[in-house]
Design a protein around this ligand. Sequence first.
Ligand SMILES: *Cc1c(COP(=O)(O)O)cnc(C)c1O
Length: 359
Amino acid sequence: MKKVWEENIRKVVPYTPGEQPCQPDMIKLNTNENPYPPSPRADEALKKINTDTMRLYPDPTAGDLVNAIAKVYGLREDQVFVGVGSDDVLAMSFLTFFNSKKPILFPDITYSFYDVWAELFQIPYERPELDENFCIRKEDYFRENGGVIFPNPNAPTGIALPLCEIEEIIQKNQDVVVILDEAYVDFGAESALPLIEKYENLLVVQTFSKSRSMAGMRIGFACGNPVLIKYLNDVKYSFNSYTMDRTAIAAGAAAVQDIEYFKETCQKIIKTREWVKEELRSLGFTCTDSKANFLFASHKDCPARELFSALREAHIYVRYFPGGRTGDYLRITIGTEQEMEKFLFFLREYLAKSGKRCI
Ligand SMILES: *Cc1c(COP(=O)(O)O)cnc(C)c1O
């Protein structure tokens, strides 16, 4: 029996993050982290931090970080908002921009945090189905709605929508805010950032967690028209003024300026991804054409759940989303070349032993 005091409590079904196991020999390919260290400039910046400054609140505007991001992307500071990872930026954006009685739209298969925020903030939503190839059908977003959000490339499929189709979606939705979640855009898709000058209702969200190897530091940002950014800041300051701590501001501002290192590590991951994709195909897998730092793969004879468990026992962690159309697939983060060699070696042996290896 529920206690009376429990009746008026806000009840939510939370998002389930990927597990963070901790074994010395593990190969961790389950949460799309970057296998390479962050820019050495982050290290230098952290070493310069004076512990005594911890007494003092950080800069509520996170000015140094906002300024550095703006410079790198050729924007003005009033076009940039920063938060504690893009999860924080996205949560604030849902709260700020999705305040209509009409449903917001996002794909049925996508980042599984969107429906959690929609439920938490009591935003009505509809989820148009991806097509038979796991692609977003732009026409599904041409109907009346209270806002649009989707990742590009999409998660967990890795499939990117061409920029011209994205622009069509924005064009057809100029009465609502359109949010593009570009968590994986640096691994080979085309960013919609240049479009923020043309469409005042477009917000582009990115993160330092994947392409900048800083998931543990929690830095995300949004770029858009100054009016959008102002509304976002108004909500942020009504919630928590000091979201970014001193270390995140310093490390983030230093790291983002190291463009050469960033390009080099992204290229390494892209190269490894394309190689692993070919290897998996030769083992009987089908993979989507992922432009992210992960692959979405299904084996014709071996159920994904079985592979997931077998890999796990070998301390190789990948992500599995049971049920529905994703239940046939594994989401495999791209690690270092050596990690992926070991991963492929295990699969080769396993499929051969269970008689499922395609020759
Ligand atoms: C990883 C991810 C995020 C959030 O990452 P943060 O670590 O909070 O920046 C947002 N959207 C998608 C689609 C992601 O995959």
